[in-house]
Ligand binder design. Structure first.
Ligand code: PMP
Length: 304
């Protein structure tokens, strides 16, 4: 489905009309994948649009840039403000927010240090990433034959544009085989995450997710899920997971800004089943929190 367009895109400090937000074909990042980006969501609340954990996302953007020695020519406060300005300028209440820092036009070759650094922020309405049906009844997943990056090859701690070629290999393999999404193992064969989501299982009432050292991105939604579960009195742990732990789990779900909290009903043709009670409870609290309906989590909302 084509992206639903909005009015304005923020480019290097200016709001430009959507159709004029263009870059040169010799943009460094287009050739070498040398950008960093974020995926954030704004939700409609009683007090107007609010961006969910915006500052935490922008902090991760700056950490990703640091890993790749990219000097962002703005402060994090300026980028936070620019995201809010872009949401306001487009008069959208609930939307996806995509800030990207990329190396621009002017230098070629693999030394990125000489290239100009550009920043853009676009927003658009984006529905359930893995489908409405997936949100309510769960998705079917496949363990990919493609492994997640080793931290000493490409750091999973960063959200770099080029890294997503690995996710796309896994995604295409899963889709062509008739599944909705892929789960990726790390080079040691332990569960890392999905192509754009972190993963959780429920076993004997405990919630378990792979540690970041298994090659998972430091997900903001992952952190929110862990906080919500702890506040519900659930035992929450990081732990190494084998693929068979997924097959035999009581419940499985994936989470991320785009996918929100999506239950998994089948993995490699082993049935996990319809969304279980803990998955449903966490979904319920999460969706209430993002809409500003849970006082306890109001600090997660940054009003525009
Ligand atoms: N893992 C990967 C590889 C991702 O791209 C994302 C989405 N940014 C996530 C996990 C989930 O992170 P978050 O909850 O911060 O969106």
């Amino acid at each position: 489905m084509p992206i639903p367009t909005t009015e304005k895109i923020w480019m290097d400090g200016e709001l430009v009309p959507w159709d004029e937000a263009r870059i040169h074909v010799l943009t460094h990042s287009l050739h070498y994948g040398s950008g960093v980006f974020e995926g954030i969501r704004a939700y409609e609340t009683r007090k107007g649009a609010a961006i969910f954990r915006l500052t935490d996302h922008i902090d991760r953007l700056f950490r990703s840039a640091k890993i790749f020695t990219i000097e962002i020519p703005y402060t994090s406060g300026q980028i936070v403000e620019a995201c809010k300005e872009t949401v306001r300028a487009n008069d959208v209440r609930s939307c996806y927010v995509r800030p990207i820092v990329y190396l621009g036009y002017g230098e070629m070759g693999l030394n990125p240090l000489l290239a100009p650094v550009n920043v853009a922020i676009a927003v658009w309405p984006w529905g359930a990433y893995l489908g409405e049906e997936g949100l309510t009844h769960g998705v079917r997943m496949k363990i990919s034959s493609w492994r997640r990056h080793d931290p000493n090859i490409i750091p999973p701690a960063a959200k770099g544009t080029g890294q997503y070629i690995n996710s796309q290999l896994a995604k295409v393999e899963a889709i062509k085989a008739g599944y909705d999404e892929a789960i990726m193992l790390n080079p040691q064969g332990l569960v890392a995450e999905a192509t754009g989501e972190n993963i959780f299982i429920v076993r004997d009432g405990s919630l378990i997710t792979p540690p970041l050292s298994a090659g998972a991105l430091i997900g903001v939604t992952r952190d929110s899920v862990m906080a919500i579960a702890r506040d519900l009195g659930v035992d929450v742990r990081e732990g190494d997971l084998h693929r068979t732990d997924l097959y035999t789990a009581d419940e499985v779900f994936v989470c991320g800004t785009a996918a929100e909290i999506t239950p998994v009903r089948e993995i490699d043709d082993r049935v996990v089943g319809e969304p279980g009670p803990l998955t449903k409870k966490i979904q319920e609290v999460f969706f209430a929190a993002v809409k500003g309906e849970v006082e306890q989590y109001s600090e997660w909302l940054e009003h525009v």
